[in-house]
Write a protein that binds this ligand. Structure first.
Ligand code: GRF
Length: 195
């Protein structure tokens, strides 16, 4: 079985890059019949697109501002994604709220990484909010995507300490290094479970 992976990004794409590197280092095509076949961004200037092109991965840009509604954008996005017949659709810093129709279409094959220890701190500004609450630990969560934002089964988590005097940026960087560990690991684990 060909397990095609499509990754959606909006920005730097460092999680996408971590998954691509893990897939190549870990010989996913040979071992798991899996590979990252496309990277799609809603922003033309997303830095991650350069990495993808440099690694001979198909890229596409779909500017959400060119569509009249969230539904219209998601419908076009689905067409673009489905061209690749994905076994797994991976959200990696994709800064769009998805419609229930989109989520339903990819039920059981849509995952996301969120920079907090869910169920704490859904939504934005997770690091500042963790600091403001006096949390001693923060982290990241890989989870299945459901219609409710930042909910869905937890697949993997990483914990980092919140240090005295931490800024949101310092904490974000500490968390991000761990995201690069758990996201490839969670993807590999899901691929392994697929027959
Ligand atoms: C990460 O912190 C991720 O948890 C969040 O957005 C950020 C994306 O970073 N969803 P990158 O584009 O993968 O570098």
């Amino acid at each position: 079985m060909n397990k095609n992976i499509v990754i959606l990004i909006s920005g730097s794409g460092s999680n996408m890059a971590a998954i691509v590197k893990a897939s190549r280092k870990g010989h996913w095509p040979q071992r798991l019949g899996a590979q990252v076949v496309a990277v799609i961004s809603n922003k033309a200037d997303a830095a991650g697109l350069v990495f993808a092109r440099d690694h001979q991965i198909a890229t596409a840009v779909l500017n959400h501002k060119a569509f009249g509604s969230r539904e219209a954008f998601d419908a076009a996005l689905m067409v673009e994604i489905d061209r690749h017949e994905p076994a797994l659709v991976v959200l990696a810093g994709f800064m769009r709220i998805l419609t229930p129709g989109f989520v339903q279409h990819y039920e059981d094959r849509l995952i996301n990484i969120h920079p907090s220890l869910l169920p704490a701190f859904t939504g934005l500004n997770t690091h500042q909010r963790a600091i403001d609450m006096g949390c001693k630990f923060a982290g990241a969560t890989v989870h299945r995507v459901t219609a409710e934002l930042d909910h869905g089964d937890i697949l993997d988590q990483a914990v980092v300490p919140v240090l005295l005097g931490d800024t949101a940026q310092a904490l974000a960087e500490r968390v991000l290094t761990q995201e690069h560990v758990i996201y490839p690991r969670a993807v590999e684990s899901l691929l392994t479970q697929m027959t």
